[in-house]
Write a protein that binds this ligand. Structure first.
Ligand code: UGA
Length: 464
């Protein structure tokens, strides 16, 4: 079993550290924030990630996993140095590599044994090759360092499960022997392994995230067509997804994609392609559709609840998806901003009570419960599929609202039930009419009222 040092105690670094320890390796995590180090030493996780705390605590107790803010302690006698620091979006959209470069400098300075740097952070194509050259220029070719790209494919909220059940492990470097030694770290998982050059490996990561993002944007574009056609995108996506060449995953229409990865990675790929003069028509289009999806849904809210008279909208869910406390890139934030700009007041609730920016907090009423958010609201918009929010007693809570308008951007509620509870109901991609007026006239097999031409949603000028 190997000795591994992971630089960075963010969500990728913590999951990588804990899971490598779970595979039997001896892992040290180097984190510069002393507050985080104290928490981790006490077995408390600074992020919410199912299963992480349990693995961390048991591996720490077994002596396989330690955390420190001392580079010398973390890097002495280690064999593999993993870099798992952030690559945030720069103002121009490109990936900011300053933390990666600082971590590389630390690795080279303090490693007394290791000569293998594995980059888990998402970095633009050519970065690992560039780092390799930089190390050779400063430390000399004879220093023997190999820089390996080994991207992560961990989805927040199920990152531990993803690490321990990988679809594939991708390893890229200029030295195949070193690449296989890195791949061997995952041997207990017996994964499919892809050994390529480092630039290809970096691009596998960008292309994967961008493809998933454009798959969602594609179904969101089709979902708008479904609204105009009086049908439901769920039925279309089910039929399309059954084609094994396409697959059913990431065909869930909604408010568009968010998170700390898709927005940042598509922006970086777009920027990178522009910088080499290649153009990025498809990735750019996916981003445009994604931004337009929020405007589209806000347009529907405006149709259902005219602004004015202090109409307030209850926004249920702030995090970019359920199972995480991460607000980064959450589509709920631009949705709230657009509702505010249109003159609505907003009452927001999220079960994990994430910290919103001071600026937004000064304009939004953050509520302690869904009940509080819904009380007196003219409309409710469900933005995150938290089980607590999906299983609310909508029949009862609807009665406390000023008007019973419900928008389910996650498409997790039963339209017919909501209509029976007295709601006017809309969800992205559903062009059938779900209003209380038609309750009882809904054909059972269709699950909604018959649509007449004049009932169809009108084309949205604001939709992107
Ligand atoms: C994503 C990728 O799925 C991971 O493979 C990758 O490793 C990770 O980014 C990363 O680069 O670190 P994550 O951002 O955690 O993971 O979240 P996803 O579950 O992929 O969801 C991204 C966004 O798309 C969310 O806002 C989600 O609600 C939305 N989504 C997802 C849809 O709107 N429809 C879908 O069908 C699926």
């Amino acid at each position: 079993m190997a000795r591994i040092t992971v630089i960075g105690g963010g969500y990728v670094g913590l999951v990588t550290s804990a899971c490598f320890a779970e595979l039997g390796h001896h892992v040290r995590c180097l984190e510069s924030d002393p507050g985080k180090v104290s928490m981790l030493k006490a077995g408390t996780m600074p992020i919410q990630e199912p299963g992480l705390a349990e693995i961390w605590q048991s591996q720490a107790a077994a002596g396989n996993l330690t955390v420190t803010d001392s580079p010398a302690e973390a890097l002495s006698s280690t064999e593999f140095v993993y870099i798992a620091v952030g690559t945030p979006e720069s103002p121009d959209g490109s990936a900011n590599l300053e933390y990666v470069e600082a971590a590389v400098d630390t690795a080279v300075k303090y490693s007394d044994l290791s000569r293998t740097i594995c980059v888990k952070s998402t970095v633009p194509p050519g970065t690992c090759a560039g780092i390799q050259q930089r190390i050779r220029a400063t430390a000399g070719v004879e220093s023997g360092w190999t820089v390996v790209s080994n991207p992560e494919f961990l989805s927040q909220g199920r990152a531990v499960e993803d690490f321990l059940n990988p679809d594939r492990v991708v390893v890229g470097s200029s030295d195949e022997r070193v690449s296989w030694s890195v791949a061997a770290l995952y041997a207990p998982l017996d994964p499919k392994t892809v050994i390529v050059d480092s630039t290809a490996s970096e691009l596998v990561k960008y292309a994967s995230n961008s493809f998933l993002a454009l798959k969602i944007s594609f179904i969101n574009e089709i979902s708008r067509l479904c609204e105009y056609s009086g049908t439901d995108v769920g039925q279309v996506a089910a039929g399309v997804g059954m084609d094994s060449r396409i697959g059913e995953k990431f065909l869930q229409a909604g408010l568009g994609w968010g998170g700390s990865c898709f927005p940042k990675d598509t922006a970086a790929l777009e920027k990178f392609m522009q910088s080499v003069g290649a153009g990025s028509d498809i990735v750019s289009a996916a981003r445009t559709v994604n931004a337009g999806q929020v405007s589209h849904v806000v347009g529907r809210v405006k149709e259902m609840v005219p602004v004015g008279d202090g109409a307030s909208v209850a926004v249920l869910g702030l995090t970019f998806k359920d199972g995480t406390d991460d607000l980064r890139g959450s589509q709920a934030i631009p949705l709230i901003q657009q509702l505010l700009a249109d003159g609505y007041s907003v009452r927001a609730y999220d079960p994990v009570q994430p910290q919103i920016s001071e600026e937004l907090a000064s304009k939004v009423t953050v509520c302690a419960s869904a009940e509080e958010a819904l009380f007196g609201a003219a409309a409710a918009v469900l933005t995150t599929a938290w089980p607590e929010l999906v299983s609310l007693d909508y029949a009862e809570l609807g009665k406390s609202m000023r008007s019973q308008v419900l928008v389910d951007t996650r498409r997790v509620l039963d339209p017919q039930a909501m209509v029976e509870f007295g709601f006017d109901f809309y969800r992205p991609g559903d062009g059938r009419v779900h209003t209380a007026q038609f309750a009882g006239e809904v054909p059972a097999e269709q699950g909604s009222a018959p649509v007449e031409a004049e009932m169809l949603p009108q084309p949205m000028a604001a939709a992107g």
